[in-house]
Design a protein around this ligand. Sequence first.
Ligand code: 1PR
Length: 523
Amino acid sequence: MVTLLDYGAGNVRSVINALEGQGASVKIVEKNEDILSAERLVFPGVGAFGHMMQVLHQRGYIEPLKAYLASGRPYLGICLGMHALFDASDEALETRGLGILNGRVKQFDIDLAVPHIGWNGVHIKQPSRLFSGFSGGEKFYFVHSYYVEPLDEDVVLTVTDYGQCFVSAVQKGSIVGTQFHPEKSGNAGLRLLKNFMDETTLPAQPAQAFDNTQLAKRIIACLDVRANDQGDLVVTKGDQYDVRKDGNVRNLGKPVELAKRYYDEGADEITFLNITGFRDFPLEDMPMIDVLKQTSRNVFVPLTIGGGIRDYTDKDGKTYSALDVAEAYFRSGADKVSIGSDAVLVAEQYLATGEKTGKSAIEEISRVYGSQAVVISIDPRRVYVASPDDVKHVVIKTGIPGPDNEHYCWYQCTIKGGREGRELDAITFAVACEHLGAGEILLNCIDRDGTTQGFDTELINAVKKMVSIPVIASSGAGSAAHFHEVFSTTGAESALAAGIFHRRDVPIGEVKSYLMDKVPIRE
Ligand code: 1PR
C-alpha cells in the first residue's frame, strides 16, 4: 500500500498509474490521519514552492507530514516533494519549507537554457537500495528551474551535470527525494519506483563514478488530433496546416494507440495538439481528456497537450478561465500545456501596454504550475521583404530567397491554426512569452509543415538566440539526417516531428540510431 499526497496541483495521475503498474495499491491522502497512518508515503510535488507550502498549511498537513518523516517510515518526494524537505527556497523567499533537511532550494544561474528540461543521467554517490540493479548509464526525466543545495554532504544520493554539478537525489534514512520524475522516466523510472516499494529486500547499489552526465536531445512525436467528418477523434496531419485530402480529414490513426506505439519505439516525449481547440472548447470536448487519461495509463514519458487553452464563456454564461482548462488537462495526465492563439493575443496586449496584468493564461498557469508547465506553440509563416526597413518587425537575412529574389523575411505569427495572420513576428512573440513566464517554445513553421524538406534552421536560430528557455524545433522533418542538422546547426534542445513517424517513413528508433554517436540522446 502506497499513500500519495496530492495537494491539488499538477499531474498526479501518472504517478498513480506508474505505482499501480508496479503492483502498488494507491491511497490518496484526504485527511491528516491518512498521512499519519501511511506505511509508505509518496509526495509528487508539481508546481511552485510557495503555492505548494501554502496549500499544505491550509489543509493542515504540515505537522502530520513532519510526524510521518520523523517516524522512520519510507518517504519518496519527487521534485517539489523533495524541495519541501528543505528549510527554504529561492522560489518563494518568504515561505518556510519543512526543514527536515538543512539547506535551501536555489535557482539555476547558468549559461544554458532554464528550465532544465529533458533526460539526463545521475552519478550515485552513496550505497542505495533505490538504485539497486541500475547499470549507471540510465537517464531520467528532469523538468525544473530550481535545485536543492543540502548543507550536509551525507544526504547527497546522486548528482547530475547541467551547466554545474547539482544534487539530483537525496537520502536520509528512509527518506528519499528525487529531482527527476521517475513516473516520467520510462522503464528506468518504473524500476526505481518498484525498488522504492521493495526496498527492504534489495541489495544496495554501491556508489559509482562516471563521466559527466549529459542532457539528451529530445525526440518528440506530435499527434495533431481532431474529429473527422464522421465525428471520430483521429490523428491527422496537414501539409502546411491543410489536413484535408480530397475533401476529407486525413486519418492517420487513433490517438491513444499511436501514442503507445511512439512510447514503445523510444519517443522522449509526446505532444497532442487539439487542432480545432480554437473553436471547440476543450471542457466540452471531453474526448481529449479521455485520450489523456487513457494514454497516461501506459505511457511513462512526458505528455504535452495544446489547443483551446484560453478563457471561455459557455452558452449558459458560465465562465471558465484558461487555468481551469489547464487544470483539467493536468489532472487527466498532462505534464505541460501548450498555448497557441491565446498567447499571441496576450503578447500583443503586453507589448502594447508594457504591463503584465498577472491575469493572462501564461502568467496564471505558470504561477500555479510553474513555468516548466507552460509551452508556447508558435505557428509562424515567412513573409518576404525587399529590405529590413520595409516593416517594423524583426527581419532576418535569409539564404532561401523569396519569389521575387528577396533576401529578407520576417516570420508572421498566426492564430486559429494558421487561418489568421497577426502584426507580430515570431521572435518578438517568443521573447514576450518568456517575460510573461512561459517555460518552453514549440516552434512550428507553416511553410515547412508536412513538406519533409527539413526544419527551418534560420527561424530556429533567430528565436533561439533571443530566448533563454528551451526551444522545440518543429515542422519539416523528412529524414534522420534532418534531426542531426537541426541539432548541429541550432541550439534547439529538442526536435518534434509528426508525418514521418505516422507514415513510418523513418521510425523513432531509426532516428535515434542515426543520432547515437553524433549527439547526446537517450537510448
Ligand atoms: O491555438 O491554442 O487553440 O492551439 C492550437 C494548436 O494546434 C497549436 O499548437 C497549433 O500549432 C496546432 N494546429 C492548429 N491547426 C493545425 C493544423 O495543422 N491545421 N497543427 C495545427 C499544427 C504543427 C505541428 C506539426 C509539425 C510537424 N501542427 O505540430 O505536428 O509541423 O509536422 P511534420 O513533422 O509532419 O512536418 P490553440
